[in-house]
Design a binder for this molecule. Structure first.
Ligand code: ZN
Length: 313
C-alpha cells in the first residue's frame, strides 16, 4: 500500500511528440529518425503513440511523411496502438486506409481558433464529425475516433472560453458519435481549479465519452493541471517526450506536458503506467540525434531519478 492508496490503478499515457512536438520544429526529422524514436518510445513501455498527421504536406511539411511513418511503425511494432491526427474526412479516409488503429480529430471550442486553424465554425465541425462517423461506421474495420476539444480552457485569439461553451461543443461531439473526447489546453492557459470545473461539468453532460486531458505547459502548470484531472477521475493523458514543441507566442516554454515528469509523478503516486523512466531517458538521446537543434525540456531528466523513486506496484 502506498501513501496515495492508488496502487494498481492504470493511467494511460499517449505520447504525441511525433505529431504535436514536431509541428513547429525548425529542422526536419527524417522518416528513419522518427521511426527509430517511436521504436524507442514503445520499448520504454508506451502503448499509444500519435505518430503523425494526415494533413496536406504543404500545411505541415514536417509531417509530410506520415503515411511512410505509419507503414514502418505498423510493421515494426505489432503491439503498439498507432494513432494519427486527421483534420477532415479526406484525412480520416487516408488515415483509415494507411491502417492506423485510432484517429484523433481536432475541433476548436472557440470561434477564433476554429476559423484560424480549421477554417470553419464549431457548428460546422460538428456537422463534419457526423459525416466522418457515418463514413467510418460503413467501413469493415472499426477505428475509434478521439476528438480533441481544442482551446477548451482558453484561447489566444478569443481569450476567455466559458465552461458552458466547452460543454456544449463536447455534447455535440458526443451526439455525433465520437468514441472519446480529450479536453485540450491547446495554448496552455488552464489552471487546476478550472481543470476540475470543466472536467466535472463536461462529464455530467456526456459521461464516460470524456476520456482524458491534452495539456500544454506554456505557463508551467501542466503537471499541476494533470494532478487536478487525476483528482476528478481522469485516467488518460497526452504528453510529449522532452516537452518538445512549444508555443510560438511563449518563448522558452515547453510544448505538451513532459512525458518523463508526468510518468515520474504518476508512478510515484502509485498509478501504474507500464512505462520505464530510465528507458524514456534513453529515448531522449535518440530524439536528440534526430533533431539536434531542438531544445529538450523536463525536470526529472535534468535532476536525475531520485534514489527514493519506486515504480508503482
Ligand atoms: Zn497540443
Amino acid at each position: 500500500m502506498t501513501s496515495s492508496g492508488k496502487t494498481g490503478q492504470f493511467v494511460s499515457v499517449c505520447e504525441v511528440g511525433p505529431r504535436d512536438g514536431l509541428q513547429i520544429a525548425k529542422t526536419r526529422m527524417t522518416t528513419d529518425d522518427k521511426v527509430a524514436w517511436i521504436v524507442s518510445l514503445a520499448a520504454a513501455g508506451i502503448k499509444e503513440i500519435e505518430v503523425g498527421s494526415f494533413v496536406p504536406p504543404r500545411v505541415i511539411p514536417q509531417l509530410a511523411d506520415t503515411p511512410e511513418v505509419v507503414a514502418k511503425v505498423l510493421a515494426a511494432l505489432p503491439n503498439l496502438t498507432v494513432q494519427a491526427l486527421a483534420p477532415n474526412l479526406r484525412g480520416v479516409q487516408n488515415a483509415y486506409h494507411a491502417g492506423v488503429h485510432k484517429i484523433s480529430i481536432p475541433v476548436s471550442v472557440s470561434d477564433g481558433h476554429s476559423q484560424a486553424n480549421l477554417n470553419r465554425t464549431p457548428a460546422q465541425s460538428i456537422e463534419m464529425m457526423r459525416q466522418i462517423m457515418d463514413w467510418l461506421k460503413a467501413q469493415p474495420r472499426k477505428v475509434p475516433v478521439v476528438a480533441g476539444a481544442s482551446t477548451a480552457f482558453g484561447c489566444s485569439i478569443d481569450g476567455v472560453v466559458p465552461t458552458a461553451k466547452t460543454v456544449a461543443l463536447c455534447q455535440g461531439l458526443a451526439d455525433a458519435g465520437v468514441d472519446q473526447i480529450m479536453l485540450a489546453d491547446t495554448v496552455g492557459y488552464a489552471h487546476p481549479a478550472q481543470v476540475k470545473e470543466v472536467v466535472l461539468a463536461t462529464r455530467s453532460a456526456i459521461g464516460p465519452v470524456l476520456y482524458g486531458l491534452h495539456l500544454h505547459d506554456t505557463c508551467g502548470l501542466g503537471i499541476a493541471n494533470a494532478v487536478a484531472g487525476l483528482e476528478v477521475g481522469i485516467r488518460a493523458f497526452d504528453s510529449c517526450l522532452a516537452g518538445l514543441g512549444g508555443c510560438p507566442y511563449a518563448p522558452g516554454a515547453s510544448g505538451n506536458v513532459v512525458t518523463e515528469d508526468l510518468v515520474f509523478m504518476l508512478e510515484s503516486m502509485g498509478f501504474t503506467t507500464g512505462i520505464d523512466i530510465p528507458s524514456l531517458l534513453q529515448s531522449r538521446n535518440i530524439l536528440h540525434a534526430g533533431l539536434p537543434a531542438e531544445a529538450l525540456h523536463g525536470q526529472v531528466p535534468k535532476a536525475g531519478l531520485p534514489p527514493t523513486f519506486r515504480r508503482a506496484a
